[in-house]
Design a protein around this ligand. Sequence first.
Ligand code: NDP
Length: 290
Amino acid sequence: MQILDGLAVSQHIKEQIKLEVAALKNKGGKTPHLAAILVGNNPASEAYVGNKVRTCEELGFGSTLLRFDSDISEFVLLNEVQKLNDNPDIDGILVQLPLPKHISENAIINAIHPGKDVDGFHPISQGKMVLGQDTFLPATPYGIMLMLEYYNLDLTGKHCVVIGRSNIVGTPMSILLSRNTRPGNATVTLAHSRTRDLKSLTLQADVIVAAIGKPGFLTGDMVKEGAIVIDVGINRIDDPSRKSGSRLVGDVDFDSVAPKCSYITPVPKGVGPMTICGLMKNTLKSAQAR
Ligand code: NDP
């Protein structure tokens, strides 16, 4: 069993990005600049955005963090997005989800200029992705593809079961894995909460991507020997043995699944750092196109 080390791969990719930023500046190009919008004070969202802003600093990108109270109106937030669309110094706009219930996430995502949609959530980005056209790929599935590429894992003809069909993870993941480009070319089953007898599907899978949001959901008895398992889940559970009283776990029960796998991602330090790489690569791509 080999660990797919998202932290190590992300360090490698970040070094490449730094070189590309230097080359861009040498050519007289602009410094990539990411703007992040954070509404309210959800601790998980604070942590994700903080991480992204820190990574911008590490890579020599500019970053702007716009914070708003959770009672901001949809109209005012749309106006803030528009200001970022119109600001020529901003290459990428990230709106940290979830947003408060009174704001339509679709309305906000649709308002982001597709040329600055570095999270890859805009319908134009998603449509182009489905058609295999050049675009910003959604950061998490993009990061996973970068990781598979780094480890030179050939999925051609393999059966991949993606569990979870969200617009930001499961659905785009299933599309990227099934495309006729490496590391895709897989045969994909997309499973969700209405899937019948999930275990019979996962037991046939050469590759399982778990993006469910339920701690330890995928257990060893659901996985065949030699499978590759990618754990997207980030779940905080109580752990009285920790100073903080909690810890992060994935959607995979690592202890029972890992012994059966050829490769597996840990949580933390697996998919999480790769998601940030996907976002940073998209922001660089946007700056390079200006
Ligand atoms: P969503 O809640 O949007 O989607 C969860 C999906 O899991 C849904 O499609 C749901 O099905 C499916 N599901 C729920 N229960 C079951 C079940 N019993 N059997 C099969 N499928 C089930 O979550 P996200 O896709 O946004 O996120 C998934 C996980 O990944 C979360 O833990 C999240 O924190 C994490 N995440 C991690 C990232 C990273 O960088 N590592 C980035 C983004 C998310 P249905 O559609 O039928 O409801």
